[in-house]
Design a protein around this ligand. Structure first.
Ligand code: AMP
Length: 407
């Protein structure tokens, strides 16, 4: 089934057109800077060169139309009619407690996504905007929501409850939700498939290390703990997000810096993490380059990030009573031998032995074993593919739904 996968931000629409039978991407691209004087529009058809143009794009609906125009253009020969697309899969960041799985989108689902606006104010509003824009442009096919939180619904109460009055959980659903669920799900399944390990008896620690970063403990195929919490702000230090803090720091900053709440929100989400620590950059490549030039604060930012990896891996080894495999994925996890090595150094005592040569020589984009043959714990690089998970879920739900004569 040909599925269009959409991921909307406040001023961007990313897309992937995926043929689910052979799991192949037909085309991908994005429209950035929606609403600005000139938007940037990029397309990358499989086996053809990338294209890039700039023009004014007023809103998400027009961005969707730009994408469809490109896919339908005779010169590009990607699809012949909009009816070639049989379903749309939407990435939705926060599903609250309600969504344990992906769902066919109807008005009730849209209301529930809106109810979770407070839980993910940066993500859910543009996600819903994207759903409405896509429904307008592709009205006759099933639209499916795939939630970043869904995979973590198996968290037990002792992992998701915070030490605050229980009525706050009951009244306001304040608890750990966890994110990057489709990525942690995908890489763990790739590992079971590759090694023929039975899911039920296998314990995995999945490290999604990108601009956003989270680490998840997976036992018997289920997420049992994860570093992100009520929102994607907590857990690891990230590109621009602070990660975990002593909550008292917030009161202290408000008083000392005379900050308003919205400035605090922006500081913790946009100006903290690796960027805040280094005072230089949020991008790991830039930090490594500058640290190599002798910049002490860039090196410290890297050290904090790697120390975070080690702390989560160690604590999840303890909570799961061991672990069969550690998986690295996303931009940093897949591409930085240095961060993988530094994040796992001196863990031999826990049966974690990285093979330095395998780690250094790992080929980009391939599943690669990087542990020594004697390591009690496997260590693998597993490139993530969240879009494929979304496309497959959308195809399954679209096939099961009898709402459309087109599937
Ligand atoms: P993502 O959010 O998954 O796209 O990951 C983005 C992050 O991956 C940025 O911090 C990049 O600097 C980092 N990254 C990508 N390639 C490399 C690399 N070769 N070495 C270190 N970091 C990298």
């Amino acid at each position: 089934m040909l599925v269009l996968v959409i991921n909307c931000g406040s001023s961007s629409v990313k897309y992937n057109l995926i043929q689910t039978e052979d799991e192949k991407e037909v085309c991908s691209g994005m429209v950035e800077r929606i609403g600005a004087v000139t938007a940037i529009i990029k397309h990358h058809p499989a086996n053809s060169p990338k294209t890039k143009l700039t023009k004014f794009v007023a809103n998400h609906s027009d961005a969707l139309q730009e994408i469809l125009n490109y896919l339908l253009d005779e010169d590009n020969a990607i699809i012949k009619t909009p009816d070639d697309i049989k379903a749309v899969g939407h990435r939705v960041v926060h599903g609250g407690e309600m969504f344990k799985d992906s769902v066919l989108i109807d008005n009730i689902v849209k209301d529930a996504i809106e109810q979770a606006f407070d839980l993910a104010p940066l993500h859910n509003p543009p996600n819903l905007k994207g759903i409405e824009a896509a429904e307008e442009r592709l009205p006759n096919i099933p639209h499916v929501a795939v939630f970043d939180t869904a995979f973590h619904h198996s968290l037990p109460p002792h992992a998701y409850l915070y030490g605050i009055p229980n009525r706050l959980y009951r009244r306001h659903k304040i608890r750990r939700y966890g994110f990057h669920g489709t990525s942690h799900y995908y890489v763990s399944r790739q590992y079971y498939k590759l090694t023929d390990k039975p899911k039920a008896d296998t314990k995995v620690i999945s490290c999604h290390l990108g601009n956003g970063a989270s680490i998840t403990a997976i036992d018997g195929g289920d997420s049992v703990d994860t570093s992100m919490g009520f929102t994607p702000l907590s857990g690891m230090v990230m590109g621009t997000r602070s990660g975990d803090l002593d909550p008292s720091i917030l009161f202290y900053i408000i008083e000392k810096e005379e900050l308003q709440l919205n400035s605090l929100h922006s500081m913790l989400n946009r100006h903290s993490g690796l960027l805040g620590l280094s005072g230089y950059a949020s991008d790991m490549r830039d930090l490594i380059a500058e640290a190599n030039n002798g910049d002490r604060r860039c090196q410290q930012a890297i050290d904090v990030f790697c120390y975070n990896i080690k702390k989560y891996v160690g604590s999840y080894m303890a909570t799961m009573n061991g672990c069969d495999a550690i998986l690295f994925t996303a931009g940093i996890g897949e591409n930085s031998a240095y961060i993988r090595e530094k994040g796992l150094e001196n863990l031999e005592v826990m049966g974690i032995e990285l093979d330095k040569e395998r780690n250094e020589n790992a080929k980009r984009g391939e599943i690669t074993k990087i542990s020594t043959d004697s390591s009690a714990t496997d260590i693998y690089i597993v490139p993530t593919n969240e879009e494929l998970v979304i496309a497959i879920d959308a195809a399954k739900i679209a096939s099961a739904s009898n709402q459309s004569p087109w599937v």
